[in-house]
Write a protein that binds this ligand. Structure first.
Ligand code: SF4
Length: 653
């Protein structure tokens, strides 16, 4: 039977230089899918308990989704996985572009590395042959330069590259992995693992066919999805999105958002469509989570109006198998920059470098986007770390002497730019901050941890749990803490899981704001469903934005059956998601991490409640929500550890 997985992984020992293939059983795919599921099974079994994330025993895996290349759409994402040096927990980050099919075209569902190379190397795979090559000529180069040089060396126009920039080489704990000239799998700090292993890049030039069990069925389903993707009414100016945010804030009820609205905005503007809307509604944190929409008013956020990003967009950017194309390439020649172009900055990047710092200078955001992408440093973590440093400076914990003379005041664009340049180079104060807020606060002491907004060590993204308690809950319970791409109340509304799984609650079209902010079991049921579902999505290579279309428009489970010949029900797939999540949690327990330590900084959950702005007076009863969530997973409600019974039920050995 043809199946859309390749049935093999590649194992590379960077210490000995040994490279070998391993066959993966059909049974493992049925239990864990590909992508994150395959990775967690391989790495749970092989990384020894307590391994130093930057030492030889940690492993790093590059995995493709089970549906990548199958003929389905929105399923071209790959993941980098391993033990995170930033959090000490299970770590993963996913990215689009064209790298996911490249892994499979080499004949593998994943490529895993262990050991430490004595010198900088990169992996080259072509025509069924894999070899480690000298990377001395690209060590020290940024991600875009590295990609250009290695593509030229490969002498293969179809080769694809994933690599680290200066941040990974410097083992910055907020380093990611870049592909497609600066798109980053940014979270979890896994770029530092590559740097510690002296693994600069992977260059993949395979030509293997990716098969599917029933391509005709996949196509039939795909055509139905495309009808929804193509439906696009003309949208007005981007500045109106801010008014939509205001209206949603003032509306007495909570509208259960349908992902079609977001799809339309994504198609026109990309993720930046949410910039001002998000500030107005109280979703985006402002001034290191201590401010509000009243500190970054519509006038101040006008420079990040979505229209300004598409005015300089010269090309739309599509990931593999994506019919939507939320990305873009922006011309920044006239923007006070040494660079000609940059990937259109993402929402997370823009808000972490603007509202969070009270920075109103758009040119600096384009410039910082490009240098952070080239360094392959996480823009969320970089922005959050600068916000932390500013608040330390404003409160006298850091002085001019500590900051190399930089006046770290709110909205001081010049200092913000200089500080991030220093973080990339690990120069002066930048060395202290290059490992993110938790490590910096520990080194600075003197109460600095009060200003470090993280969960379990990972800087928090640009979604405020005081506006949507689902975010606060997922930041606190995901085995990769501080993660915003698994679930929230808004995501639950958009996934529309209840249309496939009848036991799940249907929120209706409008629900009361009182119920939104009440800690009750319903939230745990929804959050647990989101986590399970997104593990299936991340095992398949599905883009989160595709998932937002809703399961009645995006037939994920049906595609999985058609691609593999399985006859699984939606409930079966949710159980697979539960198994993946439980094994991630077991990974953390194996490595001695206490699940209670994922809890985010108190300020971010409304302790004390904000005195003004969109989230005024709100605090989240996080303890109750966490217990209910653990309970729903069949994990111990007091410790968060999976019970022996649950492991047994899920067939986890
Ligand atoms: S919607 Fe955007 S991020 Fe998702 S696959 Fe398409 S281009 Fe990539």
């Amino acid at each position: 039977m043809n199946r859309s997985y390749m049935g093999k992984i590649l194992m590379v020992d960077l210490g000995s230089g040994d490279i070998r293939e391993e066959v993966i059983s059909d049974d493992l795919y049925e239990k864990y899918l590909g992508g994150v599921g395959l990775a967690v099974k391989v790495l749970y079994d092989r990384i020894p308990a307590g391994a130093d994330p930057l030492g030889p025993d940690n492993m790093i895996g590059f995995v493709s989704g089970l549906l990548t290349g199958s003929g389905s759409v929105f399923t071209g994402r790959w993941m980098v996985t391993g033990k995170s040096p930033l959090t000490g927990t299970w770590g993963d980050a996913n990215c689009g572009g064209n790298f996911s099919p490249a892994i499979k075209k080499c004949g593998y569902d994943g490529i895993f590395f262990t050991g430490i190379s004595p010198k900088p190397v990169y992996l080259f795979v072509k025509n069924g042959k894999a070899e480690l090559r000298d990377a001395a000529n690209v060590w020290g180069k940024d991600a875009v330069e590295t990609e250009e040089i290695l593509l030229a060396e490969s002498n293969d126009k179809k080769a694809k590259v994933a690599c680290i920039g200066q941040a990974g080489e410097n083992c910055s704990l907020i380093a990611g992995v870049s592909n497609d000239r600066g798109r980053i799998a940014a979270r979890s700090g896994l770029g530092a693992v590559m740097g510690a292993k002296r693994l600069k890049a992977l260059v993949l030039a395979g030509r293997k066919l990716i098969r599917s069990n029933d391509r005709a069925e996949i196509k039939k389903l795909r055509l139905k999805t495309l009808v929804f993707v193509k439906a696009q009414p003309p949208l007005n100016q981007g500045s109106l999105n801010a008014y939509l945010g205001k209206a949603l804030r003032m509306f007495p009820g909570q509208i259960a958002l349908d992902g079609m609205l977001y799809k339309m905005m994504l198609k026109k503007w990309g993720t930046v469509s949410m910039n001002q809307l998000s500030i107005e509604v109280g979703d985006s944190p402002v001034k290191n989570w201590d401010g509000s929409n009243e500190d970054f008013t519509g006038r101040k956020s006008a420079p990040i109006n979505p229209d300004v990003f598409i005015e300089c967009e010269v090309k739309k950017y599509f990931c593999a198998s994506c019919p939507l194309g939320c990305g873009g390439i922006c011309n920044i020649k006239d923007r006070n920059s040494v660079f000609d172009e940059t990937h259109k900055p993402e929402y997370e990047t823009v808000l972490a470098l603007s509202g969070l710092l009270l920075n109103e200078d758009l040119d600096s955001i384009f410039y910082l986007n490009e240098i952070l992408n080239r360094a392959a440093m996480d823009t969320i973590s970089a922005g959050a770390t600068v916000a932390f440093a500013i608040e330390c400076y404003e409160n006298g914990i850091l002085t001019l002497e500590d900051t190399d003379g930089l006046e770290l005041t709110w909205g001081n664009t010049k200092s913000i730019v200089a500080l991030i340049e220093k973080m990339i180079k690990r120069e002066g104060i930048g060395d202290l901050l290059a490992d993110g807020v938790k490590a910096a606060a520990e080194k600075i002491g003197n109460g600095a941890d009060k200003y470090a907004m993280h969960a379990g060590g990972q800087e928090l993204p640009m979604h405020d749990g005081r506006n949507d308690p689902g975010f606060a809950l997922h930041y606190s319970v995901e085995p990769t803490p501080g993660r915003h791409t698994m679930g929230s109340m808004m995501y639950y509304d958009m996934y529309q899981l209840w249309k496939k799984i009848k036991s799940l609650p249907n929120p209706g079209i409008v629900y009361s704001k009182n119920s939104k902010y009440k800690a009750d079991e319903d939230k745990a049921i929804k959050a647990a469903a989101c986590s399970k579902f997104m593990n299936v999505a991340n095992g398949s290579g599905l883009c989160l934005f595709g998932a937002f279309l809703g399961l009645h428009r995006l037939p994920l489970f049906e595609w999985l059956n058609a691609a593999t010949g399985w006859e699984k029900t939606p409930e079966d797939y949710m159980e697979i998601g539960e198994r993946i999540q439980t094994l991630k949690q077991a990974f953390n327990v194996k490595h001695g991490v206490d699940p209670k330590k994922y809890m985010p900084n108190e300020r971010t959950i409304g302790l004390p409640p904000p005195k003004k702005g969109a989230n005024k007076g709100r605090s989240i009863e996080i303890d109750r929500l966490i217990k209910d969530y653990w309970n729903h997973f069949g994990w111990d409600a007091d410790t968060g550890k999976p019970t022996a019974q649950k492991l047994d039920d899920l067939g986890i050995d």
